[in-house]
Design a protein around this ligand. Structure first.
Ligand code: CU
Length: 478
């Protein structure tokens, strides 16, 4: 009896964890803005620093054509080891908890055929990608179970760290939480001259959180409960480094969290790039604020350390990972004082307002942008191709201690002009596609819509919010 009940709960948890429909509605409202607190449950014991941080596998093309590299990836359920000794059912791109890393080049077209082997719809959004509408992974363009879809990426943008993740409407938060995420790194021949760390010293690190039950199951609950920090899919791992400079491509792969990252002893995080590529100049940071979906390209110099030394990377909520210095190494890499200049944008001809707001007055809270829930049949902003626009992003949620939001625009990288009339934050510099907007605050961004036409979305990148409606649609017209 007791066991059967236990099994029942376990099965139900697995269903929830993997996005089944049973009871899902009850678990949806996220975070401190939600109606449910954490429920009592048995959690896995997660030891710190007991596993090495893995590198996601690198995707290999199945065909190299004169005009494009062709890849195939299966979206499928998998069982992976996250906590040592436990197998966790996840949703995966290609079988791993962090999908294969695409390493592509500026100017080289890539075609990816994704087969959906799941029992539910999914899709693939290339976050930060400058891609035609049909390949963007619009929330309504889903791949039904048993079907496939071909995504065509021109890779005309400059080198940068993108990522790809599920964006199927209403299910994106739980699908990404369950593992539908991976890196897409655009390498740019124009970057070679800077002499930055490269090859094995250029390392992507996806940082995210999780709540893991005693049998290894990923539990999808309110974000505040996700207390286990993962780096490339393993809890608080160690990573062996040489005493030299590294380039770390940091991604906040959570669906709903801010990280404030710091290295032990205030070792600087030298930020060289953000969402859309290299910065005009490196920024030495003691603390790096990075919200869901954002990337920060940083150089860390371990040359002052000797073998045997350890350097922790902390978030305010706990330790993320530990760098173990294991050897000395020659280092010919450098961080030049001047990196990639940002071209001027034309004068803006259109100004728009985007307001995040939760309606707490209805029994079922409503997650709104400009007072409306997402409706795929509605175009919220019609944009002229070629136009340069200023968008004022405002977070109106100041009640109940305030609710955080993040803003993500598909298709184009933007610049942050100012925040409440003050200069942008250090982490706003460069080309951005995602920014954190605190309660009551505003940010002005400037963006130019270049060659592509069609439907795209912009939304809160706390996917627990966007999946409930905090998303809107733009259409670019000739
Ligand atoms: Cu939000």
């Amino acid at each position: 009896m007791h066991n059967r009940l236990g099994n029942h709960l376990l099965n139900r948890r697995n269903l929830l964890a993997l996005g089944g429909l049973t009871g899902a509605a009850a678990l949806l409202p996220p975070g401190r803005d939600g109606r449910h607190g954490p429920r009592p449950r048995r959690l896995a014991h997660v030891p710190a620093f007991s596993v090495e941080m893995p590198l996601p596998p690198v995707a290999r093309p199945v065909q190299v054509r004169p005009d494009a590299d062709v890849y195939q990836v299966r979206i499928k359920p998998a069982r992976v080891e996250i906590v040592p000794g436990l197998l966790t059912p996840v949703l995966s791109f290609g079988g791993g908890f962090v999908g294969p890393t695409f390493q592509v080049r500026t100017g080289r077209r890539v075609i990816v055929k994704y087969h959906n082997d799941l029992d539910r719809a999914a899709n693939v959004h290339l976050h930060g990608g400058h891609v035609p509408s049909v390949s963007d992974g619009h929330p309504m363009d889903v791949i039904d179970p048993g079907r496939f879809r071909v995504y065509d990426y021109p890779n005309t943008q400059q080198g940068t760290t993108l990522w790809y993740h599920d964006h199927s409407h209403h299910t994106e938060a739980r699908n990404v939480y369950a593992g539908l995420h991976g890196f897409y790194v655009i390498e740019d021949p124009a970057e070679a001259k800077y002499g930055l760390p490269r090859g094995r010293y250029d390392v992507p690190i996806m940082i995210r959180d999780a709540l893991i039950g005693q049998d290894g199951e990923l539990i999808y609950d309110v974000p505040d409960t996700r207390t286990t920090l993962l780096a490339n899919g393993r809890p608080q791992p160690y990573f062996r480094v040489a005493a030299r400079k590294y380039r770390f491509r940091l991604l906040n792969g959570t669906t709903h969290r801010l990280f404030r990252l710091r290295l032990e002893g205030d070792l600087p995080l030298i930020q060289i790039g953000s969402d859309g590529g290299l910065l005009p100049a490196p920024q030495r940071m003691r603390e790096l604020l990075i919200s869901s979906g954002e990337r920060a390209d940083v150089v860390v110099d371990f040359s002052r350390f000797k073998p045997g030394d350890q350097v922790m990377m902390h978030d305010t909520s706990g330790t993320v990972l530990r760098f173990d210095v294991v050897r000395r190494a020659r280092d010919h890499s450098r961080v030049p004082d001047v990196l990639r200049p940002l071209p001027d944008l034309p004068e803006a001809t259109v100004t728009r307002d985007v307001v995040f707001n939760l309606d707490l007055t209805t029994p079922k809270w409503r997650y709104l942008m400009n007072e409306q829930e997402f409706d795929p049949a509605r175009v919220d902003f019609q944009v002229r191709r070629g136009a340069t626009e200023i968008w004022r992003i405002h977070n109106a949620d100041v009640e109940r201690g305030g609710i955080n939001h993040t803003f993500h625009l598909h298709l184009e990288q933007f610049r942050v002009l100012d925040r409440d009339g003050e200069p942008p934050w250090p982490t706003d510099l460069g080309r951005k596609d995602t920014i954190y907007v605190p309660p009551g605050a505003s940010a002005r961004i400037k963006v130019r819509f270049t060659e592509h036409l069609g439907r795209y979305v912009y939304h809160c990148h706390f996917l627990d919010h966007s999946s409930l409606g905090m998303m809107a649609q733009l259409q670019i017209v000739p």
